[in-house]
Design a protein around this ligand. Sequence first.
Ligand SMILES: NC(=O)c1ccc[n+]([C@@H]2O[C@H](COP(=O)([O-])OP(=O)(O)OC[C@H]3O[C@@H](n4cnc5c(N)ncnc54)[C@H](O)[C@@H]3O)[C@@H](O)[C@H]2O)c1
Length: 354
Amino acid sequence: MSNILFFLVNVERMSKHQVLVTGGAGYIGSHACLQLLKEGFEVVVIDNLTNSSKISLQRVEELVDRRLVFVEEDIRNEKEVEKIIRFHNIGSVIHFAGLKAVGESVEYPLEYYENNVGGALSLFKAMKNCGIKNLIFSSSATVYGIPEKSPITENSSLSAVNPYGSTKLSIEKIIQDIVNSDNQWRSAILRYFNPVGAHPSGKIGEDPKDIPNNLMPYITQVAMRKLEKLSVYGDDYDTPDGTGVRDYIHVMDLVDGHIAALHYLLNQPPKNNVIVNLGTGIGCSVLELIKTFEKINNIEVPYEIAERRAGDVASCYADASYAYELLNWSAKRDISQMCKDSFEWQTKNPNGFE
Ligand SMILES: NC(=O)c1ccc[n+]([C@@H]2O[C@H](COP(=O)([O-])OP(=O)(O)OC[C@H]3O[C@@H](n4cnc5c(N)ncnc54)[C@H](O)[C@@H]3O)[C@@H](O)[C@H]2O)c1
């Protein structure tokens, strides 16, 4: 086949490729839907809307001027998921659906195992029954537990220090066992560091239902005076300014990493499981993040220094070199961009999607 013909066949194949996005109405899922549609994929979303609003998907459609299919459904409903996969002729699955609050997982471990691990099992069984064996899974740097040192490579030791982390580790293991048992599967386990930011339009973004668990939405709500002030937990760590260092990654870069992983998988022979860190590889301290936010948005973020929190580590950032080597992907957006886009979303949507 000539190169041009091969290219055209490939473009044709990609443009008709139907991707099932579980949890697609959520923060990262909605940004992924946007980029998938932009790339020419057809998108079908399953979400039970426990932590999201379908308005996010309407906004995605407006932004990209293309339609997607949304089905309000729980992934634990295996038979329904199977019907959706067959009806829409799904080719690949990106699995975002899950509960994600560490503190809540300590309080409600059964609900977390039931939803995250139970949900993944139902989904994978439905995929298997339909012969659909291309999978991308949202894992997390939380699987590295309390890392001894950074940067963290994919080969660093793994441990779960809370039920949420255990669900991610369990699902990773299930995926590896499935791929080992059946040579038709292709999977990519993507371990995210700290996703922040929003689409630059300010139309979609992170919409926490209660008091935010993560730093950036907390900062944006303090900046909007919805919350009084931010607590910075510990300023006596062994880091340049004493506050904790993390690897913040812009959500648009993160979802581009998924697109790169999808292209990679579709061009690989089966029986392939890859595990990849998605981070910038750059550590940023809490104070650095606050100062950058204040400067780029020209607004003050009141904060106080509080006691260290149990279980927090001084530094945690990725070795992101494998993602570049394997997927030819690296994060492009810097901390200023992350702060700017996060605040743009918050100011345009003071009450989220409500
Ligand atoms: N945001 C982060 O900081 C972060 C970091 C690492 C990994 N992750 C993982 O990435 C994924 C997406 O995270 P997010 O930040 O977009 O969270 P999110 O809560 O915004 O999105 C998750 C979506 O899944 C849906 N959902 C949950 N359980 C479901 C079920 N049983 N059936 C159908 N839908 C269900 C929710 O309604 C929500 O729309 C999650 O798996 C999360 O654990 C997130």
